[in-house]
Ligand binder design. Sequence first.
Ligand code: MTE
Ligand code: MO
Length: 219
Amino acid sequence: MSDDTEPPGNSKLTQSKQRWAREGKFLTGKVVLPEDQRLPPGQHLTKDWPTLDLGLTPKVDRVRWRLDVHGAVEQPIFWTFADFMAQKQTKFVSDIHCVTTWSRYDNAWEGLAVRDLLAACRPRADARFVVLQSCDGYTTNLTLEDFAAEDALLAHSWSGEPLELEHGGPVRVVVPHLYFWKSAKWLQRIEFREHDAPGYWEVRGYHNRGDPWAEERYS
Ligand SMILES: Nc1nc2c(c(=O)[nH]1)N[C@H]1C(S)=C(S)[C@@H](COP(=O)(O)O)O[C@H]1N2
Ligand SMILES: [Mo]
């Protein structure tokens, strides 16, 4: 696992996604409230689970994996995988909504609930944002409020099995109420911040928040 991997910023996929962001591809303009319909506007259901990333799968093994939680917190954390697994375990079932229009229902996750992580690291009163950093150089930003959602977790398992490398194992973030690009795979570092710092896709035309119900696909 390398700390200073340059995110590949100019692949063809990145370029076409940036173009879609400029052109507003997939926007329907419909407004649907979550109570009315489980599937957000402009999404379609899929039963399989597509893999989306920057085109490289970092080989992160559980022995060398570390989680580094720092910044505006009272108690910085530096955990091995064993330390992480020794924390309180939580199971959540939630839906995935990807900005490229696929959704997948009923994903059974297991891991550390973000609320329990927050109890351990104790964000300072001036902490308002979070930046998630991954082993492939990917980053994404969230407000502390969105990160602290009651069904958000750092997942190590899916459907009762260890999370596969291609889906972000050993540990990925899952924030179900936002588009899936906010759910960082191969999680390595969590920085609590006073000020916002847009991440990989957020600086390339994706919406800063990414609420699927408001179709916040692009900025
Ligand atoms: N580290 C990392 N996390 C990432 C990405 C990435 O490229 N690198 N892609 C994001 C995007 S755009 C999506 S849609 C989901 C895809 O997760 P999946 O491959 O498990 O479906 O991961 C998100 N998290
Ligand atoms: Mo995505």
